[in-house]
Design a protein around this ligand. Structure first.
Ligand code: AHR
Length: 498
C-alpha cells in the first residue's frame, strides 16, 4: 500500500503549546507513595523523592502535571496536606477506598515538580467543598504574604509563593461516581462563583471547567453547553477526558479509536463555538484534554483489592506494544488539533495507568507507551503543520474510513528541524510513504526512529524492561524534495529532518 503527504512551511495549524505534552499525578494507588515518593529507597533524595523516577520523567520532558486528582480531589481537604507532617491526619479516601496518610501535600508536590521541571495544574475540590476552600488554596499558594493563608505558607517554610498559573475547577463533576456529583446547572453555578473568587485573589490565574467524563456520557454535549452558559466569560479552558481499551481483542478497531478522539474534540469545539455565538462573545474557548490514555488491563485486578490500605497497587496497567501504537495515534490527533487543544495530560505518569513503573524498593522502568510520549514531547515542539494526506483506508467494527496512515508533522523554526510522526495501522503489510517537502530546500533525514515488534502483546516488565524499545534504523531518505519511507506493518515512526 502507498500513502502520500504534502508538507509546506506556510500550511500551519498552530504553534504547539508545550502543555499539550502534560501529564497527571493523582493521590491514587502507588502514584505518589511508592512512585514519586519512597523514603528509604536507595534512589530517594533527602526529601524522599525517587531520583530514578525523576530522571525518567526528565527524559520525557513533561511541562505540566495535573495534581492532586482526579476523583481523589473531590473529597480532598487540602488543609490536611500542609504543615508539620507528623500532625497531618490519615483520612479514609472514598474515591479509591484507601487510606490517605497525607505525607505528601501541596508544598511537597510543588518542590518535587521543580525537580522534574514542570508547572503544576492544580485542581480544587468542588465535590465536597466549594468557593471558600478554593479561594483559600489560591491565597495559600499564590499570594505573596500579609494575609492569613499566605502567612501560613510562609510559616511552613515557603517564603516565595508557588505562582500556580493553571487551575482545574473540580473533576468529572458529570459522573455519578464522583463524590459530590452535580447536575450541569449545579456545577456551572459553583464553577462560575469559584472562578470569580479565585480570580479576585489572583487575577493572573487561568481556569479549566469540567467537560464530560467521556463521549459516551448520557449528558454529553448538553453538559458542556450548560456549564459554558454559566462559565464562558470566567474560564479559559474546557476539559475533555477519555480512556480506550482493546477489550474484545480487535486490533484494527482498537487502532481506529483515535478517530473517536478526533470526533470528540471536533464536537466539543462546535459546542464551545455555539455558546460563543449565543453570547456574541469575542473570546475563544480552548480545550484541556487533561485525561487521556489506554486503561483496561488492570480493571479485573482492581475489583479484587481489599479496601482501606495505604497505596495499594491500583490501576497498574501493564502496557503492550499495540497500546503504544494507539498512544502514538492519540498524540498525533492532539497535535493535529493544537489550534484549540492547548493543554493535554496523559493520565497518568507513574505506576497508575502510566508510562513509568516502579517496584517498591526496586527498579523503575519505561513501559511501551513511554516511547511515543517521549518522542512527541522531545521532537514535537514548534509549529504543527497542516499536512495534506492521502492514505488507503479500512473499515472496522465501530469505524468507517480509518486511514492506515496516521500522521502529522511539526516544524521547529528555532532549530530549523522538521519531524514527521507516523503510525502504520496495517496489521499485514508495510506502507510506502511519499512526503512532498519541496518547500524545505536541502533538508536531509537525520534519523528515522521506529518502534516495532513481532508480538503485539509484548510488554516491558521489571524482569524484562527492554522487550519493546525503539531503534533508529528506519530507512527513510530525502531526495529531490521528497521523503521516501517504508513504514513497517504496525509501527510508530519518527522521521527527523534538518
Ligand atoms: O485517571 C484515573 C481516573 O479516571 C481519575 O481519577 C478520574 O478523573 C477518571 O475517571
Amino acid at each position: 500500500k502507498k500513502a502520500k503527504m504534502i508538507l509546506e512551511k506556510d500550511y500551519k495549524i498552530a504553534e504547539v503549546d508545550k502543555r499539550i505534552f502534560g501529564s497527571f499525578i493523582e493521590h491514587l494507588g502507588r502514584a505518589v507513595y511508592g512512585g514519586i515518593y519512597e523514603p528509604g529507597h536507595p534512589e530517594a533524595d533527602e526529601k524522599g523523592f525517587r531520583k530514578d523516577v525523576i530522571n525518567l520523567i526528565n527524559e520525557i520532558g513533561v511541562p505540566l502535571i495535573r495534581y492532586p486528582g482526579g476523583n481523589f480531589v473531590s473529597g480532598y481537604n487540602w488543609e490536611d496536606g500542609i504543615g508539620p507532617v507528623e500532625q497531618r491526619p490519615a483520612r479514609l479516601e472514598l474515591a479509591w477506598k484507601t487510606v490517605e496518610p497525607n505525607y505528601v501535600g501541596t508544598n511537597e508536590f510543588m518542590e518535587w515538580a521543580k525537580l522534574v521541571n514542570s508547572e503544576v495544574n492544580m485542581a480544587v475540590n468542588l465535590g465536597t467543598r466549594g468557593i471558600d476552600a478554593a479561594r483559600n488554596l489560591v491565597e495559600y499558594c499564590n499570594h505573596p504574604s500579609g494575609s492569613y493563608w499566605s502567612d501560613l505558607r510562609v510559616s511552613h517554610g515557603y517564603k516565595e509563593p508557588h505562582k500556580i498559573k493553571t487551575w482545574c475547577l473540580g473533576n468529572e463533576m458529570d459522573g455519578p461516581w464522583q463524590i459530590g456529583h452535580k447536575t450541569a446547572d449545579e456545577y456551572g453555578r459553583i464553577a462560575q462563583e469559584s472562578a470569580k473568587a479565585m480570580k479576585w485573589v489572583d487575577p493572573t490565574i487561568e481556569l479549566v471547567a469540567c467537560g464530560s467524563s467521556n463521549r459516551a456520557m448520557k449528558t454529553y454535549a448538553e453538559w458542556e453547553a450548560t456549564v459554558l452558559d454559566h462559565t464562558y466569560e470566567h474560564v479559559e479552558y474546557l476539559s475533555l477526558h477519555t480512556y480506550y481499551g482493546n477489550r474484545d481483542n480487535d486490533l484494527p478497531n482498537f487502532l481506529g479509536r483515535s478517530l473517536d478522539m478526533d470526533y470528540f474534540i471536533k464536537e466539543i469545539i462546535a459546542t464551545c463555538d455555539y455558546i460563543k455565538a449565543k453570547k456574541r462573545s469575542k473570546k475563544t474557548m480552548y480545550l484541556s484534554f487533561d485525561e487521556w490514555n489506554v486503561w483496561f488491563h488492570s480493571n479485573a485486578a482492581d475489583r479484587k483489592l481489599e479496601p482501606w490500605s495505604i497505596a495499594p497497587p491500583q490501576l497498574e496497567d501493564v502496557y503492550t506494544f499495540e497500546d503504544a501504537l494507539l498512544v502514538g495515534c492519540l498524540l498525533i490527533t492532539l497535535l493535529r488539533n493544537s489550534d484549540r487543544v492547548k493543554i493535554a495530560c496523559m493520565a497518568q505518569l507513574v505506576n497508575v495507568i502510566a508510562p513509568i513503573m516502579t517496584d517498591n524498593g526496586g527498579d523503575a522502568w519505561r513501559q511501551t507507551i513511554f516511547y511515543p510520549y517521549m518522542h512527541a514531547s522531545v521532537y514535537g515542539r514548534g509549529v504543527a503543520l497542516n499536512p495534506i494526506i492521502s492514505s488507503p483506508k479500512y473499515d472496522s467494527k465501530d469505524f468507517t474510513d480509518v486511514p492506515y496512515l496516521e500522521s502529522t508533522a511539526v516544524y521547529n523554526e528555532e532549530n530549523e528541524e522538521l519531524t514527521v510522526f507516523a503510525v502504520n495501522k496495517d496489521t499485514e503489510a508495510s506502507l510506502l510513504l511519499d512526503v512532498d517537502i519541496r518547500g524545505f530546500v536541502g533538508y536531509q533525514v537525520v534519523e528515522h526512529i521506529v518502534l516495532e515488534h513481532d508480538d503485539v502483546k509484548a510488554t516491558n516488565t521489571a524482569a524484562h524492561p527492554h522487550s519493546v524499545v525503539p531503534h533508529n534504523k528506519g530507512g527513510a531518505a530525502a531526495k529531490d524534495g521528497y521523503i521516501q519511507a517504508s513504514l513497517p506493518k504496525l509501527s510508530w515512526n519518527v522521521i527527523r529532518l534538518k
